[in-house]
Write a protein of this length. Structure first.
Ligand SMILES: Cc1ncc(COP(=O)(O)O)c(C=O)c1O
Length: 440
């Protein structure tokens, strides 16, 4: 295997990265196939996180490569404003087919962050076109992650992502309390038993602000980036009921839970709760081309389709909305998911995955383990005065031993590709348990 020629690492300002630390001892990836990355030196790395929760069908899928190259040769770009191309409509139709009933329309974006900001804008504009323009408040949840746009960080609840921009938050936002309850739910298998009543926090905010000022609530069915926080039994249903009672739109941010992660195409179906809007991205193109989408209920979409027929209904969109390359990548991806049964495969693999992750119980500093579908969180006791260090050290050691995991604070998050087999589960937890055993 060839090694990489020395590269000047100075110019690239890396996102969500400890740049100086990384550049002292870089961790480079050069190739990927199936469940594995490979470093420039040819070292194999088992991918325990599907890239970044996105490569759900595994790496290097030939069908996606071929679809993208064909499309590039045929038509590289088409303007999405006042023009169309077939793949955009085909992908929207294909998405609607796997979406929960009633979510019949799709707005394309280029990322999860853009999907979130688009969804928030649609929610606000919806109330306005309905003549309910006082509904301007948006509610998020503590520990929520909704990307990095100003809308997303405003409704988001991860402190580090917000504190540098206190004056830039959009006005009128408030937050529900989070549902993480170690005291009652530690080491739960699957959905935790306690905490449906956390949904009643929405009634508190309704009482405080009055429902007539609230446009929408946005939550992740399973909060991923904050460290795998699961919805307690009955919680999402109760949120839906309260939203319905007060005319508030419910948005599920399914950037992580979309495309089979939970064992259903979307978390909405898995948990039996249909929101008014779903945001998604990542697994939509198997991570191969940046793309996001916002699935919108017929009720919302149709409310916009009024007024003079020549008028633009929504003054929103991106130069790269429904980019032809992304659309064909999305179509090829959905085709693989369908053909290989990947949108429900997490259900099949979940028992083995659950057994393996819960076998880590009792290892040094492990204070909680939680899992659902092909997602797991392993929470470590923080080192006093150095939050995040313990888990990050585990991350570094795992990479040295050939395993890619993800950490947020002192929580390890696992989200392997949906093609995972028992042998990968054994390898993943073999390395992780060894590293945890050695953890200081
Ligand atoms: C729930 C959720 N929303 C939004 C985003 C932002 O997506 P992107 O990084 O594609 O902008 C993420 C990314 O992890 C996410 O997990």
């Amino acid at each position: 295997m060839s090694s990489t020629p020395a590269i000047d690492l100075g110019a690239y300002w890396m996102p969500f990265t400890a740049n100086r630390h990384f550049k002292e001892k870089p961790r480079m990836l050069a190739r990927a196939s199936g469940m594995y990355y490979e470093t420039p030196e040819g070292r194999k790395i088992l991918d325990g996180v599907a890239g970044l929760w996105c490569v759900n069908a595994g790496h290097g899928r030939r069908e996606i490569t071929e679809a993208v190259s064909r499309q590039l040769a045929e038509m590289d770009y088409a303007p999405p404003f006042q023009m169309g191309h077939p793949a955009a409509f085909e992908l929207a139709n294909a998405l609607v087919k796997i979406a929960p009933e009633g979510l019949g329309h799709v707005f394309f974006t280029n990322s999860g962050s853009e999907s979130v900001d688009t969804a928030l804008k649609i929610a606000l504009a919806y109330h306005r076109v309905k003549g309910d323009a006082a509904r301007t408040r948006l509610l998020g949840r503590e520990r929520g992650y909704h990307g990095v746009g100003f809308g997303g960080i405003s409704v988001g609840g991860m402190v580090a992502n917000r504190k540098a921009w206190p004056s830039a938050m959009i006005p009128g936002v408030d937050h529900l309390r989070h549902t993480h309850d170690l005291a009652r739910n530690a080491f739960s298998r699957g959905i935790p038993a306690h905490g449906a009543e956390f949904a009643d926090d929405l009634e508190r905010l309704v009482a405080l602000h009055d429902a007539s000022t609230i446009a929408a609530v946005i939550v992740e069915p399973i909060a991923g980036s904050t460290g795998v926080v699961l919805p307690p039994v009955g919680y999402l249903k109760r949120l839906r009921e309260i939203c319905d009672r007060h005319g508030i739109l419910l948005i599920f941010d399914e950037v992580i839970t979309g495309f089979g992660r939970t064992g259903s195409p979307f978390g909405a179906q898995e948990f039996g709760v249909t929101p008014d809007i779903i945001t998604c991205a990542k697994g939509l193109t198997n991570g191969a081309v940046p793309m996001g989408a916002v699935l919108v209920s017929n009720k919302i979409h149709d409310a916009f389709m009024q007024g003079p027929p020549g008028a633009i209904e929504l003054f929103h969109g991106y130069t790269y909305s429904a980019h032809p390359i992304a659309c064909v990548a999305g179509l090829a991806t959905l085709d693989i998911y369908q053909r290989e049964g990947l949108l429900t495969r997490a259900k099949q693999m979940a028992p083995a995955f659950e057994k393996a992750v819960h076998a880590l119980r009792g290892l040094p500093h492990v204070i909680d383990i939680r899992n659902y579908g092909l997602v797991a969180g392993i929470e470590l006791e923080p080192i006093a005065g150095s939050p995040g260090k313990r888990a990050f050290d585990v991350y570094l050691k795992c990479f040295e031993r050939g395993l890619l995991i993800r950490t947020t604070g002192d929580i390890i998050a696992l989200s392997p590709a949906l093609i995972i087999e028992q042998s990968h589960i054994d390898e993943l937890f073999g390395v992780l348990s060894q590293v945890l055993r050695e953890a200081a």
